[in-house]
Design a protein around this ligand. Structure first.
Ligand code: GLN
Length: 447
């Protein structure tokens, strides 16, 4: 803990941590030392973990990196975090992110931007940028993020570490401040596949506080990492041929596929005609869900309340206009529009139907193949400000990560070399629902 606290201080300018629980982390470490002596320590004894600022931790502040939640303290602890604590993990602090998880660069945070430790002029990715940099810069052993459309996998790719999003419903969402409830998953950042697998096996499993959490048995993923079969791997023609794809990422992805072929795996190109519909579907459905989820922040129950109101209505209006950032407001407006009576069928219902097509296609493909491989992102980490004036260019960064989110299947990003400027490239592996054990084993084999 002391080692990490020291690193956090020397690298404070990266702005990964919003709050450091110095005192309680040291206290916790002492307690665990004692338990170790007594032979009673849990499976995560001594693992030092940072948590994204959208996960509630009782009696601690959680802001979703938004002004509107300034001063908000939760009465509850996120189930996933409680399960880590029960196994003697040490929670070292709260990590910066894009406001309510909306963004791909961590530039939309009320706590300011997070710097990529490999090149401080570049973004760390988002929305879980602080969580990624905390592991990248050695500020903790592992961290929790959330992934609604790529927010764990994309920053993992941009920072050169491992980021995993499990099957939707595999980890309880109790305690996660909602962005888009039918997409949100808690995910993990680590340096090794084994640590990642271990964290999932502890956090996963049914929780009576989240009725959507799965009752399927949880496997000891960290002990199932041996891989010795011949895999059937698909790659999507449209993803490799996409004009948005940076040439070095294409090369590195193709060379992994070649290597797999040489090793006797069955690697096949598959057409995916729905690629161009993925982003519109994702952004219609998530903004719709967000506009509904974020309606609770009205100055009455949580966090910020405007000091400038003169009656009830102006209290609501001013609190929301002063409290939410620009991107969050854009999405609330977009979401409210697609849910409005006259446009509901044209946008929301239509997008639900397209979601079904994408999900069916993906699941069918994953019945025929063990894995889908594709790049995690079309580009490596870009410079600050490069996309901030153009939301559509920013949304394009999510081109390859949203398929797994729209379909609810698990996906992981593992490092796959660097580009000419030394920035890390991520390789994404996708598997069918609840096949996390197979996903980890294959990722370990690949890495
Ligand atoms: N960049 C995507 C978005 O802005 C993904 C965010 C996320 O997964 N939380 O919606």
């Amino acid at each position: 803990v002391n080692h990490y606290l020291q690193n956090i201080k020397t690298k404070a300018h990266l702005n990964a941590f919003v709050e450091v629980y110095e005192h309680s982390a040291l206290q916790q470490a002492d307690l665990i030392d004692q338990k170790l002596v007594e032979g009673k320590a849990g499976k995560l004894a001594g693992m030092v973990i940072g948590i994204k600022d959208v996960l509630c931790y009782a009696d601690h502040e959680a802001n979703a990196s938004s002004k509107i939640l300034q001063g908000f303290q939760s009465q509850f602890t996120t189930t996933a975090i409680q399960r880590l604590i029960d196994e003697d993990a040490i929670i070292i602090g709260r990590l910066n992110c894009d406001e309510f998880g909306m963004g791909s660069s961590n530039e939309n945070s009320a706590h300011g931007k997070v710097l990529n430790a490999l090149d401080e002029n570049r973004v760390p990715g988002g929305s879980s940028g602080g969580s990624a940099v905390a592991v990248q810069a050695n500020l903790c052993t592992a961290s929790l993020g959330t992934d609604t459309g790529g927010s764990v996998r994309q920053p993992a790719a941009f920072t050169g570490i491992i980021g995993m999003k499990p099957t939707y419903s595999r980890i309880s969402r109790w305690g996660l401040i909602a962005y888009a409830s039918s997409f949100d998953t808690i995910g993990t950042f680590t340096r090794t596949v084994k640590d990642n697998a271990l964290l999932l096996e502890i956090m996963a499993g049914h929780d009576e506080m989240d009725s959507t959490s799965s009752r399927k048995p949880v496997l000891p993923y960290s002990q199932l990492l041996h891989f010795d079969k011949k895999a059937k791997v698909a790659y999507l023609k449209e993803s490799i041929e996409s004009h948005a794809l940076q040439p070095e990422i294409k090369e590195n992805t193709l060379s992994i596929l070649e290597k797999l072929k040489d090793e006797g795996h069955d690697v096949q190109e598959v057409e995916f005609p729905l690629l161009e519909y993925i982003l519109p579907t994702y952004y219609i459905l998530t903004t719709a869900e967000a506009s509904s989820n974020l309606s609770r922040f009205d100055g009455v129950k949580y966090g910020y309340r405007t000091p400038n109101a003169h009656n009830l209505e102006s209290m609501y209006k001013l609190t929301r206009s002063e409290g939410f950032g620009e991107e969050v407001k854009r999405r609330i407006m977009l979401g409210t529009f697609v849910l409005s009576a006259s446009y509901y069928d044209a946008y929301f219902t239509k997008a639900q139907k397209v979601r079904r097509l994408i999900k069916d296609f993906t699941e069918n493909l994953l019945n025929d193949f063990d894995y889908i491989i594709m790049p995690t992102t079309p580009t490596t980490a870009f410079k600050f400000g490069e996309h901030s004036g153009d939301p559509v260019a920013m949304y394009l960064e999510d081109l390859f990560t949203v398929q797994a989110s729209v379909s609810g299947v698990p996906a992981i990003s593992i490092p796959n070399g660097k580009d000419a400027e030394g920035m890390p490239i991520g390789l994404q592996v996708i598997c069918n629902s609840f096949k996390e054990a197979e996903l980890f084993a294959f990722s370990k084999y690949l890495s």
